[in-house]
Ligand binder design. Structure first.
Ligand code: CMP
Length: 143
């Protein structure tokens, strides 16, 4: 089954949006394979966002992502990588379409509520950063 890594970022947790965001992914039909409330350490942030190290926004990104608890998720399903990206909307919430998570709940690129992997390869890389394989559950779901 195709899998993706999703994070509800500190602003999403602070603003009580966790249930609302989870409900969207669940109602779409994606399968919840793993979930945890956790803090992102500086080390984890550097691993996760390795491709952005050295960019002007990187220090602010690390400060933001380590500022409070996040919800880390693994979701599964047909086309889940592209599907979740579409549900999240454009990276900059100012450009995200209404009806998307960022379009409905954000206005700042530095506070963009959610993260999702951009390819099947980055999904597997990011899942391995945040989860041990035994934390990802295999179970039947037929609806
Ligand atoms: P995300 O999808 O998690 O991937 C990289 C993150 O970097 C992005 O969401 C934003 O949170 C952040 N980001 C990208 N571009 C900018 C920018 N120009 N200014 C501030 N933060 C950015």
């Amino acid at each position: 089954m195709e899998r993706t890594f999703v994070m509800i970022k500190p602003d999403g947790v602070q603003r009580n949006l966790v249930g609302e965001i989870l409900a969207r992914y669940e109602k779409k039909g994606y399968k919840l394979l793993a979930m945890k409330l956790m803090r992102v350490t500086e080390e984890l942030a550097h691993q996760h966002y390795a491709e952005h190290v050295g960019k002007p926004f990187f220090p602010g990104l690390v400060e933001y992502i380590t500022s409070g608890p996040v919800v880390a998720l693994v979701l599964g399903g047909k086309g889940v990588v592209a599907g979740v990206r579409a549900m999240n909307g454009a990276t900059n919430p100012a450009n995200a379409a209404p009806g998307t998570i960022r379009g409905d709940y954000g206005i700042e690129v530095g506070r963009n509520v959610v993260h999702a992997s951009d390819s099947v390869e980055s999904a597997e890389r990011e899942i391995a950063i945040y989860f041990k394989e035994e934390e990802i559950l295999a179970y039947e779901k037929n609806v």
